[in-house]
Design a protein. Structure first.
Length: 311
């Protein structure tokens, strides 16, 4: 028996603006390849959504190695959006993703507002894409982070994409700002269907014996359990300030983490770093979700979203 069905009378489907997911458990961009790599390990059909690695207009070689380093309760990466470009993605990766049951949310990153718009229009023209996630928050490429740190630029990018295509649009925001609420509100004003919160936290690791940075690109993005409190704080703050749904991302590794994000204000979640050391984590979380929701007396996911109260 599939544990997500009877005997639990709990509905798992969620609505993110115009995008409907069969359940709220998704895998985060850059941590699940293009899904085919994971097919032997994970029952992909069970996932609510798959977010493949961010694509750019042109191929990118990414940053010099080393590109990852383990840290206390997390990891730093400076991959630098290594990808083969949008046309290779459409030809070689998208058909497989489109053949799977989960929603395919394609993550795109433009160097300019115009490039974001053109990429969105291109993705709109091919079958198999369920939504776009705008990566305005990658800390590992120059330029990319700017759209996510300035409210006006963020609003313009989202509005441009919204006008250029008919797909649901999610904006993925960076935690590396003073006032993330202002950026979130700008994305909402631009017409985002939902917000993905958050990308990695800018960090650095040092090899003191050699007196050198460990990462080839010097700085990198911190992810994993170390950033969970930051991500939950941002979900909580943004949920109080916008009317669009949120996907929580950051350090999720088990069912308790997911429930914390939902209660704090997320409608769905994305699992990232945990995929690297436990590829089946998403499915295990999904198995545990109906019981966890039922423990709060919920009959659907929305019953618990944002229900946190101050003591
Ligand atoms: C190795 C690695 C590569 C990543 N690549 C991307 C990417 O291409 N696009 C993106 O939006 N986020 C990328 N991320 C960020 C994750 O999608 C996620 O937002 C972040 O890691 C926080 O979630 P986590 O703590 O569960 O990993 C990457 C993260 C890691 C660890």
């Amino acid at each position: 028996m599939n544990p997500t069905e009877t005997p639990h009378p709990v509905r798992l489907d969620v609505q993110l603006g115009r995008l409907r997911l069969a359940n709220p458990i998704a895998v985060a961009s850059g941590t699940f390849g293009y899904a085919r790599e994971m097919a032997g390990l994970v029952d992909l059909a069970r996932l609510g959504a798959i977010l493949p690695k961010t694509i750019t207009q042109e191929p990118r070689p990414g940053n010099p190695p080393p590109r990852t380093v383990e840290t206390a309760c997390g990891m730093l990466n400076s991959i630098g959006l290594d990808n083969d470009g949008i046309e290779a993605f459409i030809a070689e990766k998208l058909p497989y993703l489109a053949s799977l049951a989960p929603a395919t949310i394609v993550s795109i990153a433009g160097r300019t507002q115009d490039e974001f718009t053109r990429m969105a229009a291109r993705m709109d023209a091919v079958p198999g894409v369920d939504a776009l996630e705008l990566n305005v928050s990658c800390p590992n490429v120059t330029g990319g982070v700017d759209f996510g740190t300035d409210p006006d630029s963020c609003r313009r990018v989202v509005a441009g994409v919204r006008d250029a295509c008919s797909l649901p649009v999610l904006a993925k925001l960076t935690p590396n700002v003073t006032n993330v609420v202002a950026i979130a509100q700008a994305a909402e004003q631009g017409g985002a269907d939902a917000l993905s919160l958050v990308n990695t936290c800018l960090g650095m690791a040092v090899d003191w014996r050699r007196r050198r940075p460990i990462l080839g690109n010097v700085l990198g993005g911190l992810s994993g359990p170390a950033i969970k409190p930051i991500a939950i704080r941002i979900v909580y703050q943004v949920a109080a300030a916008v009317d669009i749904p949120l996907m929580g991302i950051g350090g999720i590794a088990n069912i308790n983490d997911v429930m914390e994000f939902l209660v704090a204000g997320a409608t769905a979640v994305q699992i990232g770093t945990a995929n690297f050391y436990n590829p089946t984590v998403s499915v295990k979380i999904l198995d545990a979700l109906p019981d966890a929701l039922a423990r709060l007396g919920a009959t659907c996911v929305a019953d618990v979203v944002g229900t946190i109260t101050k003591q």
